[in-house]
Ligand binder design. Sequence first.
Ligand SMILES: [Zn+2]
Length: 118
Amino acid sequence: MSENSIASGSSHRCGWRLIANHFVAKTPTNAGRRFYKCLSSCGLWEWRDLKIPPHVAMVISNLNNSLKCVEVEKNYLKKMVADLEEADSQEKVKLKNIVAEMKGIKSTNLVAVSMMED
Ligand SMILES: [Zn+2]
């Protein structure tokens, strides 16, 4: 499967009786047009759909490009969220250590004060 097509569930058999997978073209001039392709070396490759009007293929191609941009942005934002969660986790550990240190200082001071009172 190339980057310019996607496989789907439907299939039929080639001359060698092998399953020829069904793909959807993603090239700008045929975006959305379905075709069969055998993954063996028999060479079967044929359109399943009639030719798509150019303006429709262009709309589909533009939508595919928009989808790619949204997916890139989604992955960037997921990475950003993961980084922020990691930073938050590290800050929580630092805060916990500071609180533990402050409790230690407080109890040490209480012991010192009680010794002065005696
Ligand atoms: Zn074949």
